[in-house]
Each structure stands twice: as structure tokens, then as C-alpha cells.
Write a protein that binds this ligand. Structure first.
Ligand code: PSV
Ligand code: MN
Ligand code: MN
Length: 388
């Protein structure tokens, strides 16, 4: 086993960002199941994110989605977050829920709609300036349902122009993360369908534009760790939206469907130096908890990322490199499998105790009475915005 002090230091330093929208009611297009004790506004979502951080110790920031988290005073929201023990992380513009966006946002054939979308993206940078957020997390629902509906090439040109206008406004310590998704809501063609398209746009924009990998946004069988290794090597891996998928964009808890895939991704991160602060990889969750209680699900998700990272940190890199050099295919593979098969829960429990936390955050949360308390206090929780 590698040096546990170094492993624990790396685990302490890895921060996992929760998404504000995961605390709200959500569902599918068939049904949103309302739960009790759901936050009624952005402030209460921050309270819930702070609760996840209190029990895990490694989730000190929360991403917001605008206008789902619209407030009158963002400086006040940022102050509130700080007082609660967290900070506001990525700002996610929403250019997909207005009627105007039927044919797309920044790729829309109508210049007025494109202008409106760009204005909203710029407004989100204004919000970042107030909250101190460093990431503008851009996902576009733009695309086509039918062949011939619009010019694919013209839409790329519009996209380029809009992204350039937004990029221009980024401050020195801000960056744009461009998320890709191969389908949905458009079913024939998506304007940023894959990492290659996102990467090409980022290259053209400049160093402050990086690719965001949402683990749920790939076709079945896609080798996500390859994408991660490639982008990291090129300095263009901006971060993750972690979640699990059985089919496509299921937004289930990260590590629930395929913990081995999550491990393989984290191995590439560890080997490629992606845990170093200088790499700037943002580990964010993008999940919806439609039928399960949300705070324990988010705690579980944070722990799942931590477990995968711990296993990746336990990979005997020397043995791996030796086996690779010697062409020892089975030996090299066994090094990875050994690390994956290690039970890291005792190590993580020890780390938590050293951090002054309960070694079992999920059990501690259930014992805390928090769920009962908010159930009594909050009546009429807000929808996440998504699937509502
Ligand atoms: C789109 O499917 C997406 O992954 C984007 O990140 C959105 O911001 C988020 O989901 C909304 O849930
Ligand atoms: Mn996402
Ligand atoms: Mn998604």
C-alpha cells in the first residue's frame, strides 16, 4: 500500500461541489414526486448544501442555476453561504426553459433570441463577480430534431460568435466550462454533442475555456476515462458533472451504476496530476434524487467519489509502470484490480475522525434529527426547476 499520510492529505484536499438543484423536488416528464422538508428558496438550498458539508467535510461549495436560484441580492446570498460554512461555486446559466428557445439559444436562427441568450450568459458573469464564483458552467440545449431543420454549419458559426462574446467578459480568475451532451432535448443533432466539439471551441476561445465532462452525457460503452486522460493532458479538463447512468442522463447517484468506471476515471485523474490544485479540475455533482431523500443521497454521492478517489490513490504506480514497461498485460491490469478491490472504508473512517467528523456520515445524518426538523419547518418546498 502507498503512503497513507499522502493519500489522506490528497483526500482532504479534494473538494466535491453539490448542485443546488439536487435539493429541490425533481422528477421525470411523467411525474415529479414532492418530498417533505424540501428547500423553499435558494437560501434553504444553501442550508442543505452546508448540511452535506457538515457531515462529509469535503463539500464546501454549491453550484447555482440561474434563474432557478434567482435572488434579489447575490452578495447577500454569498454572505449567507459563507456564514453557513460553504461558498457559491459554479454559476450555471439557464438558456433552455423559455419559449423563445424553441429553436435553440445561442444557435437560434433569430438574432434577437441569440442576443437574449448571450445577455443571460453575461448576466451570469455579473453574478459571478458578486459571488466570487470562478466557473461559468455552460450547457446548451441547442440542437435539431429533424434533418434539414437548420444549417448545422451556420449554427456552429453562431455558437462560435456567442461563446467568443461571453469569453471576452470573463475576469482574470474566471473560466468557462463548456459541457457537451450527445442528445436531448434535441434528438437528431446537438450543437455541442461531444468532447471533441467542446474541445475545439475551447481551443479557439483561449485558455480560460475548458471542457466539462458530465458522466451521464455519453453513448453506452463510451470510454470516459480516455476522454479524461486526453483532456487532462492538454490542460482542458475543466471539471466533472458526476452522476450515474444506466441508459442516458439518468442523473442517479454517482458510483451507483458502475463504481469501476468511476474508479477508472479517478485513476486517470490521479495519474495525470488532476488532483493537484494547479490542475483546476472541478469535481461537481449533477444529480436529481427523484424518489430518494436528497440530503442522504448527496452525502452518499460525496462518499462514493471519495471512495473511488481513495482506491485510485492506492494504485501502486511503480508496480503499474514496471508491468507496463515489461509488457506484462495481466500484471498491469492486476495492479488496478487490486486497488479497486481494496476496502477503503476503514481508511476513510479514520480520515474523518482525524477531521473531527463522524466516521459514518450517512448514519450520523440520520441520527441527527435534521430530516425531521426541516420536515416540520418547511412546508411547500420548491421544485428543482428540472422536470417540474
Ligand atoms: C443537462 O442535461 C445538464 O447536465 C446540465 O448540466 C444542466 O445544467 C443540468 O443537466 C440540469 O439538471
Ligand atoms: Mn450536467
Ligand atoms: Mn445532464
Amino acid at each position: 500500500m502507498s503512503d497513507h499520510t499522502a493519500v489522506k492529505a490528497a483526500l482532504r484536499a479534494q473538494h466535491i461541489e453539490t448542485p443546488s438543484w439536487a435539493f429541490g423536488n425533481s422528477g421525470t416528464r411523467f411525474k415529479v414526486f414532492a418530498q417533505e422538508g424540501i428547500p423553499r428558496d435558494a437560501y434553504e438550498k444553501i442550508d442543505d448544501a452546508a448540511t452535506v458539508h457538515r457531515f462529509t467535510g469535503v463539500a464546501p461549495s454549491v453550484a447555482v442555476h440561474i434563474p432557478w436560484d434567482k435572488v434579489a441580492d447575490y452578495a447577500d446570498l454569498a454572505r449567507y453561504a459563507r456564514d453557513a460554512g460553504v461558498r457559491i461555486g459554479a454559476v450555471n446559466p439557464n438558456v433552455f426553459q423559455d419559449d423563445d428557445y424553441r429553436l435553440g439559444s445561442v444557435c437560434n436562427p433569430d438574432p434577437a433570441v441569440r442576443r437574449k441568450a448571450v445577455d443571460h450568459l453575461l448576466e451570469c458573469i455579473d453574478i459571478m463577480n458578486v459571488t466570487g464564483s470562478r466557473e461559468l458552467s455552460v450547457w446548451l440545449a441547442d440542437g435539431l430534431n429533424y434533418p434539414g431543420q437548420d444549417s448545422i454549419a451556420d449554427r456552429q458559426a453562431r455558437l462560435e460568435e456567442a461563446l467568443a462574446a461571453v469569453y471576452e467578459r470573463l475576469g482574470e480568475h474566471q473560466r468557462m466550462l463548456l459541457e457537451y451532451k450527445f442528445f436531448e432535448p434535441a434528438f437528431y443533432a446537438t450543437d455541442v454533442p461531444d468532447w471533441g466539439t467542446s474541445y475545439a471551441h475551447c481551443l479557439e476561445l483561449g485558455p480560460k475555456a475548458q471542457v466539462l465532462v458530465d458522466t451521464g452525457h455519453h453513448a453506452p460503452g463510451t470510454n470516459i476515462e480516455f476522454i479524461v486522460a486526453f483532456l487532462l493532458r492538454k490542460g482542458r479538463l475543466g471539471g466533472f458533472h458526476f452522476n450515474s447512468r444506466f441508459y442516458a442522463d439518468d442523473d442517479l447517484m454517482v458510483g451507483a451504476a458502475d463504481p469501476y468506471q468511476l474508479f477508472r476515471i479517478m485513476v486517470e485523474i490521479v495519474l495525470g496530476g488532476g488532483l493537484e490544485a494547479s490542475a483546476g479540475v472541478a469535481f461537481m455533482l449533477d444529480q436529481c434524487h427523484n424518489i430518494e431523500p436528497k440530503i442522504p443521497a448527496l452525502i452518499r454521492s460525496v462518499l462514493n467519489v471519495q471512495e473511488a478517489t481513495a482506491k485510485a490513490l492506492l494504485v501502486d504506480t511503480e508496480a503499474l509502470r514496471t508491468a507496463q514497461r515489461e509488457g506484462d498485460v495481466l500484471g498491469a491490469n492486476a495492479v488496478l484490480v487490486d486497488a479497486f478491490s481494496t476496502d477503503v472504508r476503514p481508511l476513510l473512517a479514520q480520515l474523518r475522525e482525524e477531521m473531527g467528523l463522524d466516521p459514518d456520515p450517512v448514519a450520523a445524518y440520520h441520527r441527527s434529527g435534521h430530516a425531521e426538523k426541516v420536515r416540520a419547518e418547511r412546508v411547500g418546498g420548491a421544485a428543482a426547476g428540472w422536470g417540474a
